[in-house]
Design a protein around this ligand. Sequence first.
Ligand code: GLU
Length: 436
Amino acid sequence: MAQNPHQNALKQLEDVAKKIKLDKEIFEILSKPQRIIMMQIPVKMDSGKMQMFEAYRVEHNNARGPYKGGIRYFPQVDLNEVKALAHWMSLKCAVTGIPMGGGKGGIIVDPHQLSAGELERLSRGYARAAADFLGPKKDVPAPDVYTNAQIMDWMVSEFKKTKEKELGRKLKASEYLPTLTGKSLRGGGSKGRDIATAQGSVFVLEEALKTLKIKKSTVAIQGFGNAGYVAAKILHDKGFKIVAVSDSRKAFYCEDGLDPDKVMKYKEKCGTVGLCDCKAGGSKTCKCSGGCNCQGCKYIPQSQILTLDVDILIPAALENQITGANAGKVKADIILELANGATTPEADAILRRKKIIAIPDILANAGGVTVSYFEWYQNMKNEKWSEDKVARKLSPLMKRSFREVYKLARQYKTDLRTGAGILAVKRLEEAIKKSR
Ligand code: GLU
């Protein structure tokens, strides 16, 4: 039976509540989203026929600021998943202290099966259907799994059009641009947003290694999308040895480490991770013939990526990957959770026993939403920050968040996930009580 991510989120909340003897009313409030929006989006397909797509927006909590969180396009999207993801967004924003609440959206669709035109009509349809709920001070979506800057640009444009029609006047840029983040640079996005999730996680990892006074080097990464690939690249540039990467089709291992850029070139040409030739990865002679001619490199079963003998394991794909069934076999010392909900509560109990340090999603991947907040802020104030300024603001914020989480984990004699939960829930409690 597939795990219900919302049940997992509630179990984590219970762990926090027990530790801090959380007020029952606050627990009740946080255990349910404030609003669930369900939409049916009609899209005219290229064939001329109309197709309906089921879509959601879950608004979990806005006591600390506007609802904030991505929209994912994925065939297995379901309401419990979106509820969990919205819940984690409230906690995530509270962990880093940015003044945003939590929300999440999703459409049941495999975007790879749609033409560009169909994808645009679907995205515009979503923005139109949800327009009443969205806005810079109401609910601010962003990209997530299989959504990107182009989709955000379409949504902003549709939101603007819909609202202008309704209000009978032109909107100022500050009234529509900050309604969605993760936009293209031309469309009002922020420099550094595309690499923020990965960059933030590396800042956290560095602070963790420094605090724990340990040196680690080898890395395995599950997922080679925006988060996984960019994390691989940053870590590789910093001298970490990336020994394995995987995507939704294959897992690839190189004993002596691999160059993520060469793997990306192969993926762009061949549709999955691999290497053509160690020296000339992605060269014209590449045949995509099931691997490579590099010594020490080979394809491994996908499930093995999680149980390799590496120092650092980075799940950067979907939820429910490290579970009660495989956590016992995890050999990494540190798990850096780029994906939301990658580790289930059963797995957490096993990892704790094995003294494996899981740096939780709501801390590890919070760099994405943090730079989304920077984008929102720039749009509100009509500012444009340099990439350097974004990194200079992100780094201390992520590092401080790690130290705060670590301190609470020690104080309450618990793991980093519960420590992060305690930090977040206390901040949410304060905001909820103030807003009454
Ligand atoms: N989808 C990302 C996340 O899960 C980013 C959300 C945002 O930028 O609002 O954190």
